[in-house]
Design a protein around this ligand. Structure first.
Ligand code: XMP
Length: 503
């Protein structure tokens, strides 16, 4: 299941200011809004939320063929300020090209500071209270934009209207003072009130889901034991009780004791109606002899959908025979990833309760709903599980070896008090044979690849700087306690060019 991304869009960062923001497609028509916005943020190009790796999909320039554009009516709204970020800045410049857009600052900035030129212009309002420079991540695309003589600017403002643009991303953690800039926009310029809270969101979302589903319909949803699907399942259960059916597909590629833990947490602790489908033999059987990474991913993904579909049909049949139980009409999924054929084929409708939220918000919502802190702070785990953490064929024996090594590693990270400092960690397996010596005997075993990264957005990541003594202890324990391993390595590659998973 695709993980919710970290805050990667400016509107969501506004939640940190307790300002209510709604994320809408940039092509939304003003006439379709059922509220009057206090202000509008045109955010940067987007991520492909349906792609397991959250690939940036742009658009990268407003001049691209088919690039989406905002409804021009927004620009004519009286007294409704607009802030364009990156692509949004381009959109403003493109839309108002014939109008009077002036530059607040013009400078060549690499990995550097952005110092607003004080023109006594509107753009000053965006930088109010920010003396000197603000550090910004140098957008890679800037050079590209510089081909365009209309856009050599890092920040712009309209001469008369409250329309602003900034090329850098104020919402990302690499712009430490970006939040002040967003506050200037949302609170000072738009006059937004700072009264949004996660508990009010939670209450409203429960009511929204209840109304959407109606009094009789049943809902099914896949869970994995990760924070996103658990929080979504808990929210659904709060809204409609046991008319929500959670399904955990055990693909045989989960972590040590994970299936049992999910059962305990979801069913016993959180009161979620849960069915566990043990499909490990089917998955491992289908993966037999397969080495190519993308083929492995496809097999796992397709089989998951087949099994989830079978379960949906089974639950629907059961519901038909239960007095007063309505039809299964809805499926929940956190973000993307469900094929259209399931929606079309079974006539199901899709609920995505976390679609609006980003990782830290999902965590906060989880806390509101009583999800235990250990689960709330759990590192993300990919849908294909250990399958993408084994280089080579995933035989049951290899999966078990990777599972044991991972368990030791994570346990040691927890014991060292490092778990919450690290964004994601695991032990993967290279199934090449490496030589080792035990006593006076040489033996061949697999290679364990330890990974631990720090990241805020999972698009870029740095290897965690462990103390060598810690790594030595991990290596000793893994080689001694897990049979079949002769060598332990630590993967220090940052992302990019590396990825977080092995395959
Ligand atoms: P990479 O390996 O692309 O991973 O650097 C970035 C983040 O995405 C997770 N990931 C996946 N999550 N299904 C998922 O649900 C997948 O197929 C998948 N592949 C990668 C990965 O764990 C990391 O958090």
């Amino acid at each position: 299941m695709t993980a919710t991304p970290e805050k990667a869009q400016a509107p969501h960062k506004l939640f940190d200011l307790n300002v209510l923001a709604e994320l809408l497609p940039c092509t939304t028509k003003l006439a379709d809004l059922d509220f009057k916005p206090k202000g509008i943020v045109l955010s940067g190009g987007s991520l492909d939320l349906n792609h397991p790796r959250l690939t940036p999909i742009g658009p990268f320039s407003v001049y691209e063929d088919g690039a989406p554009h905002a409804d021009p009516a927004f620009f004519d709204l009286p007294d409704t300020p607009i802030l364009g970020v990156c692509y949004g800045l381009q959109e403003i410049a493109w839309r108002l090209a014939s109008d009077n857009v002036i530059a607040g600052t013009e400078r060549e900035y690499g990995y550097a500071d952005l110092t607003p030129d004080r023109h006594g212009s509107h753009v000053d309002r965006l930088f109010e209270g920010i003396d000197g420079s603000i550090q910004v991540p140098a957008p890679r695309g800037l050079r590209h934009h510089r081909h365009d003589p209309q856009l050599p600017y890092a920040a712009i403002a309209h001469k008369d209207k409250p329309i602003f643009g900034i090329q850098a991303h104020p919402e990302v953690s690499h712009t430490p003072r970006g939040i002040e800039l967003l506050k200037n926009f949302a609170v000072n310029i738009c006059g937004a009130r700072q009264h949004w809270s996660m508990s009010s969101f939670c209450e409203q979302e429960i009511l929204r889901i209840r109304n959407l589903v109606g009094p009789n319909a049943q809902v099914i949803g896949a869970v994995s034991g990760g924070v996103d699907s658990t929080v979504a399942a808990k929210l659904m259960t709060e809204a409609i009780g046991d008319r929500f059916h959670a399904v955990l597909v055990d693909n045989g590629l989960m972590r040590l004791n994970e299936c049992q833990q999910v059962k305990e947490t979801l069913a016993e602790h959180l009161g979620i109606s849960l069915t566990v489908v043990d499909a490990s033999q089917r998955f491992l059987g289908a993966l037999k002899g397969i080495e190519e990474p993308e083929t492995k991913r496809k097999i796992i993904g397709n089989l998951f959908i087949d099994i989830f579909e079978e379960e949906a049909i089974r639950i629907e049949k059961e519901a038909e025979h239960t007095p007063n139980a309505g039809k299964v009409q809805w499926t929940h999924h956190n973000v993307g990833g469900l094929p259209q054929r399931m929606i079309d084929g079974q006539g199901l409708k899709l609920i995505e309760p976390l679609r609006e939220l980003f990782k830290d918000e999902v965590r906060e919502l989880g806390r509101q709903l009583g999800v235990h802190e250990d689960l709330v702070m759990r590192h993300p785990f990919p849908g294909p599980g250990i399958g993408v953490r084994i280089i080579g064929e995933c035989t049951p024996e290899r999966v078990e070896i990777a599972r044991q090594a991972d368990h030791i590693y994570i346990e040691m990270i927890r014991e060292a008090g490092l778990y919450n400092e690290i964004s994601q960690a695991y032990a993967g397996l290279d199934t090449s044979q490496a030589v080792g010596v035990m006593g006076d005997k040489r033996y061949m075993g697999y290679i364990v690849i330890l990974r631990a990264v720090q990241t805020t957005d999972f698009m870029t990541a740095e290897a965690y700087p462990f103390d060598m003594k810690f790594l030595n202890k991990v290596a000793v324990r893994i080689v001694n306690e897990v049979q079949g391993i002769s060598l332990v390595t630590y993967n220090v590659t940052s992302k990019p060019p590396g990825t977080i998973e092995l395959q």
